[in-house]
Design a protein around this ligand. Structure first.
Ligand code: NAG
Ligand code: NAG
Length: 202
């Protein structure tokens, strides 16, 4: 029987003609994949996420436990001494770290404020960096006054830290991490009761 098929020579000719174009397209596609990997996975999640203003998206997903029991902080919940916390990096593309004006609702100390204004780095009491939103020591503030607390935040296990933390030895004062031995214990995710029971036949 007859099959609808291009003759060999035509196929070969087409291929030869388009050979260079194919190669170019392949190279472009490869470059695009590399660039997307770098920007979307290694460095930042898409920019549009960072346009949410404070208050648009308060997340109950993140639970921050302030270490009130730990002696080294000497926190007086009744203090009126105002403390400024500067969010230096983004948090996975969010300039505001998905916080809102209710950030301190569950904190016994009320005399704190959060800012994203980098110009305030000179008077911020604490400066917070998310480990996944900077890539070299030069991304950090240019100077570190001795009274200023630099906090390294991370929500991911070591495999997803994506940088060599040995470069930051003696740079940070506190950790804010999912580990219970962090200075500020910040886990995320939670267990919830299922609405429907799961039928299992084991
Ligand atoms: C803080 O103020 C409350 C209410 O006035 C008081 O009951 C509490 O003892 C104070 N705590 C400290 C540590 O001073
Ligand atoms: C934070 O760490 C830096 C560098 O080790 C140190 O110079 C500074 O005194 C520390 N600041 C506080 C408030 O502990």
């Amino acid at each position: 029987h007859m099959m609808q098929q291009w003759p060999r020579c035509v196929r070969f000719k087409l291929c030869r003609k388009k050979h260079e174009l194919c190669l170019l397209l392949f190279a472009l596609a490869f470059a695009l994949v590399l660039i997307s990997y770098h920007y979307f996975l290694r460095v930042r999640v898409p920019r549009w996420k960072s346009t949410f203003p404070i208050g648009r998206r308060g997340s109950s997903q993140y639970v921050t436990k302030f270490p009130l029991q730990r002696d080294q902080f000497h926190i007086d919940p009744n203090t009126t001494e105002h403390k400024v916390i500067l969010l230096w990096t983004e948090f996975f593309g969010s300039r505001t770290w998905y916080t809102n004006e209710n950030t301190f609702n569950n904190c016994p100390v009320k005399a704190c404020s959060v800012t994203t204004d980098k110009k305030r780095v000179k008077d911020a009491h604490a400066v917070v960096m998310n480990v996944r939103d900077f890539s070299t020591p030069s991304d950090l503030p240019p100077s570190h006054p001795p009274w200023q607390v630099w906090i390294l935040h991370g929500s991911e296990p070591p495999y997803y830290v994506w940088q060599d933390l040995r470069r930051y030895n003696n740079v940070f004062n506190w950790t804010s991490w999912y580990r219970t031995d962090a200075d500020i214990f910040s886990p995320y995710g939670k267990y919830v009761t299922r609405v429907l029971s799961l039928s299992l036949s084991l």
